[in-house]
Design a protein around this ligand. Structure first.
Ligand code: FES
Ligand code: FES
Length: 162
C-alpha cells in the first residue's frame, strides 16, 4: 500500500492504495463519491467517467496512482441537491433519464465538451457522447433528433450550461 494525494473537486484527499487500484475504486470505496458508476469495468461504457485535466475519461481502469497531481472532477463537483448544475437540471427537465445509471457519465462528457467548446456542432456533440452507453436502452437513440438527452444537449450546450 502506498499513500497518495488526489485533487478531487478542488480538495486534496490522501488515501492508501495498492499499485493497481483503479481511480473508480478510490472514489467510491474510500471517498464515498458514488456518482461515477461501475459497469463494464473495461473502459467501454462511460458510466464511470470523470474529468481529468479537462478530459472526460473512464475511471474504472486508470490507476489512482497515475492521476496524482491532476485536477479531477466528479459529478459531485458540479452541483448540489439544493443548487443543481444546469446540465443536471436539463436532464431532469427533459426527462432524459430512465434508470439513470448512465446519466452521471453522460453529464460528465457534456460538461467536458462545454468547457472546451461552448458552441459545439451536432456532430461534435454526438462525437463527445459516442462512448457513453445506456445499459437499459433509454438513451440508445442518442443522436436521434427526438431523444431526450439530445434535446437536453441542444438546449444547453450553446453556452447556457457552464
Ligand atoms: S465502467 Fe468504466 S467504462 Fe464502463
Ligand atoms: S437510463 Fe438506464 S442506463 Fe441509461
Amino acid at each position: 500500500m502506498q499513500k497518495i494525494t488526489l485533487n478531487i473537486n478542488g480538495h486534496a484527499h490522501s488515501v492508501h492504495v495498492d499499485q493497481d487500484t483503479p481511480l473508480l475504486y478510490v472514489l467510491r470505496n474510500d471517498l464515498g463519491l458514488k456518482a461515477a458508476k461501475f459497469a463494464c469495468g473495461l473502459e467501454q461504457c462511460g458510466a464511470c467517467k470523470v474529468i481529468i485535466d479537462g478530459q472526460a475519461v473512464p475511471s474504472c481502469h486508470i490507476t489512482a496512482r497515475s492521476v496524482q497531481g491532476k485536477e479531477i472532477t466528479t459529478l459531485e463537483g458540479l452541483g448540489t441537491r439544493e443548487n443543481l448544475h444546469p446540465l443536471q437540471q436539463a436532464f431532469i427537465d427533459e426527462q432524459a433519464i430512465q434508470c439513470g445509471f448512465c446519466v452521471p457519465g453522460m453529464i460528465i462528457s457534456a460538461k467536458a465538451l462545454l468547457d472546451r467548446n461552448p458552441n459545439p456542432t451536432d456532430g461534435e456533440i454526438k462525437s463527445a457522447m459516442s462512448d457513453n452507453l445506456c445499459r437499459c436502452g433509454f438513451m440508445t437513440g442518442y443522436g436521434g433528433p427526438s431523444s431526450g438527452p439530445r434535446r437536453s444537449q441542444k438546449k444547453l450546450l450553446p453556452g447556457k450550461a457552464r
